[in-house]
Design a protein around this ligand. Structure first.
Ligand code: ATP
Ligand code: MG
Length: 580
């Protein structure tokens, strides 16, 4: 984890907090001072529309849009749609929705690499004219063999020295559809002995006789990523082209193409991608989780996708806060998912109103409470936010408590309800357990009989006697019912990519990552909770109303996160380790 505690004062995020300093921000600051780009900051977020965005993309989005925002610049949304077989309109739409939901705006700057296909083609012809590109008809297998290895130089293709006119003729015929897929490619003519393998005459164009989601059947040759990306950046007058570390070796080619063509030349800067424990952040892997049915779709609340996190109950603020805290560095690392959850708790603690709900109900009959009486008790909506006010909660003779809050034979440290013991019911009364009713067939506890002390209304005894536990509860007759879905980490292993030989990451999907409780008593005021509403169920965690599965009067709650903050514990033990 990179801790960027050093915060620059020059810029601040929407919440007014100064943005964390990092090496890219420093480069931009220096460029602003020297006037390198004429005082401009122009970034872009360039997703390939072949999957949904995930939390790793959020890091890149916050970085690119954040820099533009903080330095009075602009950030483009550009779809890198050069690969015609994989892209789908569904992905384009989801990406736009997710970036917007995260709180960023690209105004009218929605671009597509495919919009530049004509210009890219012209640039390719220009390279041919300059003797810097040639048509090769080695097979893909031969191209691989000729490439050489890290320790051995490659071999030049026999077609490398074709005359310009012949190259032009062949390239135009490639474009005209005269040759089958895989028969010809256009390659840059650089250096087959380059120590950087990327520079050994990389492919610039290939034949793919497939339709494109935007250009239809206009093209049967498609430009490669390395050729498209730098030129798209150039066309859009990007100043800082920020990408992840795996493109470090490609930077030399990025610079070569732009220099040979003599066009506007942005600066490519690489940073370490986000890795997160207990999940995977590769679209290829996420696609497999979806298509093989390990999850219920891209928006499954267990997925690290933006849409999954949203459905789970994450807020854009918590994700932006997380991206700010993890910082930006050049060293690869894995961030503990506990930090993401910590950011979420901090945000939800401020905004989520409290309610009572019982996940695994045990009926309690309060024998000295009249059957037809309903006490409307005052409950605080959010102790963190006095403006949130109070609400009434109905208390009745029959209520539900949590099954695990009762033990017939309590061990030493169990302070909750037990036979003969008195506890507090939150916002209500002290009750004492007088009898345990069991199922005659199974022997399981079926119901508790209790008495209440009318003098303790509101939760305190006038005689000053204390109880050691406060339980949440829901009226059996006046409560509503809801389905509650509990989630846990999607994988059982901290690093799902590091599986044993013969295993695959899907083999370590956590079979207990989702538990459905179809019929849970909840406070009556939750009956009409709105889609995506975020609440805290007292003592249980934060929950969010599922926008898809909920029906009118019958909400479905996703557990967003429990109340236990493991991140704080991790920090404490780190601090202890430092001081001892
Ligand atoms: P994946 O490996 O998941 O397929 P990708 O890099 O192919 O990711 P793109 O759609 O090309 O996905 O990514 C768009 C932008 O988001 C790129 O600039 C990429 O570098 C960045 N990005 C992707 N994954 C991460 C990550 N885990 N952390 C930070 N940035 C990321
Ligand atoms: Mg990519």
């Amino acid at each position: 984890m990179d801790k960027s505690t050093d915060r620059s004062t020059a810029a601040s995020d929407a919440g007014g907090r100064p943005a964390a300093a990092n090496f890219i921000r420093t480069i931009v600051e220096q460029d602003m001072e020297t006037g390198k780009w004429g005082g401009r900051v122009q970034t872009r977020f360039p997703p390939e529309p072949n999957g949904y965005l995930h939390i790793g993309h959020a890091k890149s989005i916050c970085l690119n849009f954040g820099l533009a925002r903080d330095f009075g610049g602009r950030c483009n949304l550009r779809f890198d749609d050069t690969n015609p077989t994989k892209e789908e309109v569904e992905y384009v739409e989801s990406i736009k929705a997710d970036v917007r939901w995260l709180g960023f705006d690209w105004d009218d700057r929605e671009f597509y690499a495919s919009d530049y296909f004509d210009r890219l083609y012209d640039y390719a012809e220009q390279l041919i004219h300059q003797g810097k590109a040639y048509v090769d008809n080695l097979s893909a297998e031969q191209v691989r063999q000729y490439r050489g290895t890290l320790t051995e130089p490659g071999m030049e293709s026999p077609h490398r020295d074709r005359p310009v006119e012949e190259n032009l003729d062949l390239f135009r015929r490639m474009k005209a559809g005269e040759f089958p897929d895989g028969s010809h490619v256009l390659r840059a003519r650089i250096d087959m002995a380059a120590s950087n393998i990327v520079m050994r005459d990389p492919t610039l164009y290939r034949i793919r006789k497939v339709s494109h989601h935007r250009t239809g059947d206009k093209w049967c040759i498609y430009p490669m990523y390395d050729f498209t990306h730098c030129l798209s950046d150039s066309i859009e007058q990007i100043t800082h082209s920020i990408c992840t570390l795996e493109f470090e070796n490609n930077r030399e080619l990025y610079d070569w193409v732009l220099d040979e063509l003599g066009v506007y030349h942005p600066q490519q800067i690489e940073f370490a991608r986000l890795n997160l424990s207990y999940t995977v952040l590769s679209k290829r892997k996420l696609v497999r989780l979806v298509t093989e049915g390990h999850v219920d779709g891209w928006d499954d609340p267990r997925m690290p996708t933006i849409t999954g996190l949203r459905r789970r109950g994450y807020t854009p603020e918590s994700i932006r806060d997380f991206c700010d805290r993890i910082g930006v560095a050049r060293r690869d690392s894995t961030v503990d998912i506990a930090l993401l959850e910590h950011c979420l708790r901090e945000d939800l603690n401020r905004r989520a109103n409290r309610f009572m709900a019982v996940l695994r109900p045990l009926k309690v009959v309060i024998e000295n409470f009249p059957a037809d009486r309903v006490d409307e008790l005052d409950a605080v909506n959010n102790p963190e936010d006095p403006a949130a006010g109070t609400r009434k909660v109905p208390f009745t003779r029959e209520i539900f408590i949590e099954r695990e809050d009762f033990m017939e034979e309590p061990p030493k440290k169990f302070f909750r309800l037990a036979p003969g013991r008195e506890v507090r019911l939150r916002y209500a009364y002290f009750i004492t357990c007088t009898d345990v009713v069991k199922d005659p067939d199974t022997g399981e506890v079926a119901e508790l009989r209790c008495t209440y002390d009318p003098a303790t209304r509101g939760g305190d005894a006038p005689d000053g006697r204390k109880v050691k536990a406060t339980l949440h509860w829901v009226s059996a007759s006046h409560g509503a019912r809801a389905e509650v879905r509990l989630y846990d980490h999607l994988f059982t292993k901290e690093d799902p990519n590091a599986v044993e030989d013969g295993q695959d990451f899907v083999d370590v999907v956590n079979p207990k990552s989702k538990e459905v409780l179809p019929d849970c008593p909840v406070e009556p005021s939750l009956r009409d909770a709105k889609a995506e509403e975020k609440v805290q169920f007292e003592r249980l965690g934060y929950f969010c109303v599922d926008p898809i599965a909920s029906a009118p009067g019958r909400p479905v709650f996703n557990r967003t996160v429990t109340l236990r903050d493991t991140w704080k514990k991790i920090q404490k033990s780190l601090e202890k380790g430092k001081s001892s």
